[in-house]
Design a protein around this ligand. Structure first.
Ligand SMILES: O=C(O)CCC(=O)C(=O)O
Ligand SMILES: [Fe+2]
Length: 500
């Protein structure tokens, strides 16, 4: 039985054109083509979904009687309004943190993927769940199954903690589950659930041993980028080590002015492509133990298993001095980038899949990462987030900051600053990171992932790009660069018809 309900989410945004350019990691690039097509994207009008919710996890602490009531409501069937939709968004972080956080299968292939365990005290296997598409959002279905086999026939499923759900004994009836990737070369994406939803990531700890937590920053819909805040990703020592190495004599890719607009890095003869739209300086760290520790952690954060060298660019360290910035751009390469590689991930090609942007310093004023396709957060969505991420100062104050930073009137930096304050933006905080996807769960490049670095208005900003590809990156495919998805290891090769 499959029942569909809840309208898909959506929202308006104006078609938006921005210059788009990109900087390559120090790896061989396709010959000098311009990249970054200007694209616009149409979406449906917002249709607010009215949800009645309860938390399945809440039920774990309240005995049988409530379960019986919930089951009665559930099985009443008939009109949509009668269905109580379990929504884990109502689970408070403290309820979540009482759940087991360790990876139960260290050493097995699932190490790095993470799997679920039996719910303590659950008498019978569950018989139904609410199933969302990979990455959440969209239209959920109610699915039922009467044994393990039927459950596993649904394919690989995840819970909201990014664990692969192995058995109907591992969740309570009515729990929200998420489909895993279903197309070759695509991967699990974190479900947004709702803005402000914060969850610990089982088995994942930052450089200083603190639990890493993932917080949803943008709406789960068809129109917003998928942006998450990553708490406690780096230790101060790790951040400082990136900063040190970026200017160290022993680093062959040490700090130099940023380039862009072509696929060539400055150290590949791209220096003449120095940009007026990206004024920071950058370095690469492709060798240090520090960078490998952090990249390994990034793969765990993405639930992509063990670190694979041919799926990651070298870490790119950035320094923005006063007034420096980077206009809005995409991190992915155009599907027409070159013809010696298949760049379109929706048909088995490879491209940048996710960016984990590491904040290596705080910034006194400015320097946010902005997402112009996403509206500024309102207290209605999350009061706490608005407070933490900062409200936009009044226009007068913005102008004062701009003047004090020495940015001239009418300059692109001034315009960018005003645009930054008008749209969704994340201020840097040392040791934390943001995660955003450059691809949709079905592998289409995501035009809404447009983002930029707002001008630094006071102080200096240090950050780093950690780019992960969905399959072997450009020049790193061993068998056939026109079929990168085929080179993924079996454990990463969607679909997964047998479940786990
Ligand atoms: O500095 C930032 O906040 C973002 C930089 C960025 O998007 C990039 O370097 O590709
Ligand atoms: Fe970027």
């Amino acid at each position: 039985m499959v029942v569909s309900f809840l309208p898909p989410h959506g929202s308006f945004f104006a078609a938006h054109r921005t210059p788009s350019c990109i900087m390559a990691a120090p790896t061989k690039g396709p010959k000098g083509k311009e990249i970054g097509k200007k694209t616009s994207h149409k979406v449906a009008a917002k249709s607010p979904a009215k949800k009645t919710s309860f938390s399945p996890f809440f039920l774990t602490s309240i005995p049988g009687i409530i379960i019986a009531i919930a089951a009665a409501v559930w099985t009443r069937g008939g009109g949509k309004d009668a269905i109580v939709i379990p929504n884990q968004s109502d689970v408070s972080p403290s309820q979540i943190s009482s759940r087991k956080l360790l990876n139960p299968s260290p050493g097995s292939w699932t190490d790095g993927y993470y799997t679920t365990e039996a719910v303590p005290g659950q008498p019978n296997p569950s018989t139904h769940a609410i199933l969302y598409p990979n990455g959440g959002g969209g239209e959920p279905e109610s699915v039922s199954f009467s044994n393990d086999e039927e459950f596993l026939a649904l394919g690989r499923l995840y819970n909201d903690l990014g664990q692969i759900v192995q058995s109907p004994m591992h969740f309570l009836n009515g729990t929200a589950l998420y489909r895993g990737p279903v197309k070759p070369g695509t991967h699990f994406q974190w479900p947004a659930v709702r803005v402000g939803y914060k969850r610990p990531i089982p088995g994942l700890f930052g450089g200083d041993g603190k639990q890493i937590e993932l917080e949803t920053l943008t709406e789960p819909s068809t129109s917003d980028p998928r942006v998450f805040y990553v708490h406690n990703f780096l230790s101060v020592a790790e951040a400082d080590e990136f900063i040190r190495f970026s200017t160290a004599e022993e680093n062959p890719y040490k700090m130099a002015p940023s380039t862009g607009g072509t696929h060539k890095a400055w150290n590949q003869g791209g220096a003449d492509a120095r940009l007026t739209t990206r004024t920071s300086e950058n370095a690469f760290d492709i060798t240090t133990p520090n960078s490998f520790d952090v990249k390994r952690r990034a793969f765990q954060l993405l639930r992509m298993g063990d670190y694979m060298e041919n799926l990651a660019d070298g870490i790119q360290i950035l320094r923005y001095q006063l007034g420096q910035a980077y206009v809005a751009h995409h991190d992915y390469f155009s599907v027409n980038q070159s013809d010696d590689h298949l760049w379109d991930p929706s048909v088995g090609g490879s491209n940048r899949f996710a960016t984990i942007f590491l904040y290596l310093s705080d910034v006194e004023v400015g320097g946010e990462t902005s997402f112009p396709k996403s509206e500024r957060l309102t207290a209605e969505k999350s009061e706490e987030l608005v407070k933490r991420l900062g409200e936009a100062p009044p226009l007068e104050k913005q102008k004062e900051f701009i003047k004090d930073a020495g940015l001239s009137e009418g300059s692109w930096e001034e315009k960018l600053t005003l645009a930054c304050y008008a749209k969704f933006a994340v201020p840097p905080r040392r040791g934390d990171a943001i995660l955003f996807y450059s691809q949709r769960p079905d592998g289409r490049l995501d035009v809404t992932s447009l983002h930029g670095a707002c001008p630094v208005l006071k102080g200096t900003k240090w950050g780093a790009n950690l780019w992960v590809w969905n399959a072997c990156r450009y020049s790193q495919c061993k068998v056939d660069p026109l079929n990168p998805a085929s080179e993924l290891p079996e454990t990463m090769k969607a679909p997964f018809p047998g479940g786990v």
